[in-house]
Design a protein around this ligand. Sequence first.
Ligand SMILES: CC(C)(COP(=O)(O)OP(=O)(O)OC[C@H]1O[C@@H](n2cnc3c(N)ncnc32)[C@H](O)[C@@H]1OP(=O)(O)O)[C@@H](O)C(=O)NCCC(=O)NCCS
Length: 150
Amino acid sequence: MAMSELKWMSVQEREIFGAAAWSLALVTDDFAYGGKRYRVIELDGVLVAYAVYGYDGDAFSLMNIAVIESSRGQGHARVLMRDFLAEAHSEQARDAWLEVAVTNQPALALYRSFGFEDVRIRPRYYQPEDVDAMVMRVSVQPSFASAPAE
Ligand SMILES: CC(C)(COP(=O)(O)OP(=O)(O)OC[C@H]1O[C@@H](n2cnc3c(N)ncnc32)[C@H](O)[C@@H]1OP(=O)(O)O)[C@@H](O)C(=O)NCCC(=O)NCCS
């Protein structure tokens, strides 16, 4: 992602995540100083999806992934997940981590299809929605750079 695309990302954040959105100030600061990877998918000049990942302490973690509503169901999240796991592998991370709302069925299905397993619940992690988070983990293996197959 280019710095000039952060404004677009912050607009998508508000539309997709509402009160839990990352603000433009937050992403601008994190992009510059957070040491994360910001990825975006652009199709025919249109930005359709993004992901943010990197180290959270010593855990290589997916911090954010979203696809604009009109472009869902076309495999864009799968592309970003493969990129995340390939990067985890090249970082020689033993595991990859993420958190997801226990009510988010599309995301849970996506993560499980990449082999992520439930580790523990973080009660009432998402506020103001008051929804539990599931912490998920997968072992990082070389094959993740290309799997699962389309
Ligand atoms: C979750 C999300 C990123 C999936 O993006 P996507 O590009 O539509 O997903 P893909 O087309 O790459 O689908 C990959 C897999 O995800 C799962 N999946 C995606 N959408 C799904 C849905 N509506 N219902 C059930 N499973 C779904 C399936 O396992 C799918 O594989 P399949 O097509 O072989 O069945 C997207 O729905 C989104 O942006 N949601 C809002 C933001 C969000 O919740 N982010 C996650 C925060 S933890």
